[in-house]
Design a binder for this molecule. Structure first.
Ligand code: SF4
Length: 618
């Protein structure tokens, strides 16, 4: 390629304190996988044979930017992590973050950062134009993510980007996050706990180098047209310049996507009423017209004066309060800020505590089990006490720190029937039972964050062939909708821009193709670009099958997700009678074997994955 990449990958072996640089894989490989989750997954497959566990020294942390990261196109911020999913120790763990962390990594001269081994003592990595330094972080261990960021910025300079873990990651709890640039989190797959397992407290990046762009004269025009598409695009479920917050989440409430009280209430109209009276300020990333994260200054209530630095995705703001029965913004804003400080993903902690509250209500546990605390809905003081115990693995917190499924097994009885999870990992904190396309996308995924973006909850997906919302319960149509939208999602995960630049936005397949060709000098066709997404899906499936995933894992999902909701637009409707057939149809459309869940040999060969075909079929 003639441009689009900084040209180097940094390898760090923490056990032996060795560092080396390599050039990029060859042009053919990069063209097939692009960057971010694409090339990261490819390396994960190559580096992680079955039998490697998430906590093992041999489990790599594979960070990648993409060809559009740090280019002057909208939302060019994506940094992805590929590792074994820490939350279930089973599937391919995918996580993304935005802000400046990835931009600075690429501007320091590195497209990728691959960390193996384990340090004996806490360290942080500082990567800048001069290379990488591994520095002692003993004095930071135990501090929360915000404190760590402030201390390191004070020492390294205000323009340095910091990604830090908190006590949840240090203590290897389920759902640890790495929090960066205050308004951003690498949240899924237990990314923060994966860093904690290697004793990495933080990653600091600062870069000022340029990298080649094949056709720089085309970039300004592409940016202009891309911004126009975004601004003309679908606005229903999306946060733009804080609007999602300012309108008090009317879209998700309207479509009944709130997972209230452990998925027992969808109609939660009081959620976030009064949020708009607090000071909400958008915090846009570099080159982004969307500006989804916000700072919220609470102007009243017990935490008056707090300025919470909230990330823009819906899972935290829309999920953290409702799952525990908390709707007042004065409380959930404080909770979310505390989750960020401790470094815990709201869905993993939220679903786990919600399961425990329901178990308490049903008499499966009592105050003798819960350190004397009465577990009940809508109790922000309880949440604060419990999340602090969770972070320290203290008392009942040590049970919860196993995550929703494993904690439910410890609690016993029928708790596993109302523990909400995806293959033992966290579910995006919305209730997808009112949108069977979104639900199927999640069911057939590895439980590592957002999979496909079916057109039946958040917005239509014109570039996948769905220009208007689809019927959310059309079970015959959902397998194809899942296939098409998932392919697009995974292609988008590989190019280096934030998913909000393309999700629901008509015309972005073409603009992404033009942008990649302009920066790299390639001549990618639309089909080649879409094939990148499908290739990723097949290799991710191969990775997961190789580690033991079978069709039973897709049929036998969390029983709570098979129940019919009691209220909302899906009241009385359960996907249960249709799910097996939907999964089977999806497999057939993907070219996957119904009996084993493996991608067919012919499917893998079609996408240049002969090595995976050999692994799966001999
Ligand atoms: S949509 Fe949000 S997270 Fe994505 S680049 Fe823009 S401001 Fe950043």
């Amino acid at each position: 390629m003639k441009g689009g990449y900084a040209g180097k990958v940094l390898f760090v072996d923490l056990t032996n304190q060795k560092i080396r640089e390599e050039g990029l894989p060859d042009d053919k490989v990069m063209r097939a996988w692009l960057g971010c989750w694409g090339i990261g997954l490819k390396m994960l497959y190559d580096m992680v044979p079955p039998g490697i566990h998430a906590k093992d020294e041999d489990n790599p942390l594979i960070f990648w930017t993409g060809p559009l990261t740090a280019v002057d196109v909208p939302g060019s911020t994506n940094l992805s992590l590929a590792t074994v999913n820490f939350n279930n120790d089973l599937t391919a763990g995918r996580s993304h973050t935005h802000g400046d962390l990835g931009i600075n990594l690429k501007r320091a001269g590195y497209d990728g950062l691959i960390i193996t081994g384990k340090s004996e003592k806490p360290v942080y990595l500082f990567i800048n134009d001069e290379g990488i330094k591994i520095r002692d972080a003993s004095y930071l261990w135990g501090k929360d993510t915000h404190e760590t960021e402030e201390i390191l910025k004070g020492e390294l300079g205000p323009s340095v980007s910091i990604g830090a873990i908190g006590p949840v990651g240090e203590n290897l709890c389920a759902g640890g996050m790495m929090c960066n640039d205050r308004n951003h989190n690498m949240a899924h797959s237990g990314a923060g706990s994966a860093l904690g397992a290697k004793k990495i407290k933080a990653i600091a990046t600062q870069g000022s180098k340029s990298f080649p762009i094949a056709h720089p004269e085309q970039v300004a025009d592409i940016r202009k047209r891309w911004v126009q598409l975004i601004m003309a695009g679908h606005r229903y479920g999306r946060s733009r310049h804080g609007m999602h917050f300012k309108n008090e989440f009317v879209a998700i409430k309207d479509r009944m996507g709130l997972a209230g009280k452990n998925f027992t209430i969808n109609q939660f109209y009081s959620f976030s009423l009064g949020l708009n009276k607090h000071k909400i300020t958008a915090q846009p990333c570099h080159a982004c017209p969307q500006a989804c994260p916000v700072n919220i200054e609470l102007v009243s209530g017990p935490h008056k004066g707090l300025v919470a630095t909230i990330s823009g995705g819906g899972e935290g703001p829309e999920g953290a309060g409702p799952i525990l029965g908390i709707g007042e913004p004065e409380h959930w804003v404080y909770m979310l800020d505390l989750y960020d400080r401790l470094g815990v993903e709201s869905s993993v902690f939220g679903c786990t505590l919600a399961m425990a509250i329901e178990a308490f209500e049903k008499g499966l546990i009592t105050t003798k089990d819960t350190d004397g605390l009465e577990l009940k809905w809508g109790d922000p003081e309880l949440v604060e006490k419990m999340v602090r115990k969770y972070a320290k693995r203290e008392g009942f917190g040590a049970v919860l720190a196993r995550g929703p499924l494993e904690a439910a097994k410890v609690i016993g009885g029928d708790a596993v029937n109302f523990a909400v999870h995806l293959k033992g990992s966290g579910l995006n904190l919305h209730d997808w039972r009112g949108s069977w396309g979104m639900l199927l996308c999640h069911v057939v995924s590895g439980g590592s964050g957002w999979p496909g973006t079916a057109a039946d909850m958040i917005g239509p997906e014109p570039d996948a062939g769905y220009p208007v919302f689809t019927d959310p319960f059309d079970y015959k149509a959902k397998p194809e909708e899942t296939r098409r939208t998932s392919i697009l999602k995974f292609m988008r995960d590989a190019n280096g821009t934030c998913g909000f630049m393309t999700w629901n936005v008509e015309g972005t397949n073409e603009i992404v193709r033009q942008a990649i060709n302009a920066v790299t000098g390639w001549d990618l066709s639309t089909q080649e670009l879409i094939d990148v997404g499908e290739r990723i899906m097949h290799l991710e499936r191969a990775f997961n099958v190789r580690r033991g995933i079978t069709p039973e894992d897709d049929y036998n999902i969390s029983p709570r997700l098979l129940e019919a909701p009691k209220d909302g637009r899906a009241a009385g409707k359960s996907i249960a009678p249709y799910l097996r057939g939907m999964v089977d149809d999806f497999y057939a459309l993907m070219g996957w074997d119904k009996k084993t869940g493996k991608p067919w040999r012919s499917t893998l060969k079609k996408f240049g994955l002969e090595y995976a075909a050999k692994d799966l079929w001999g």
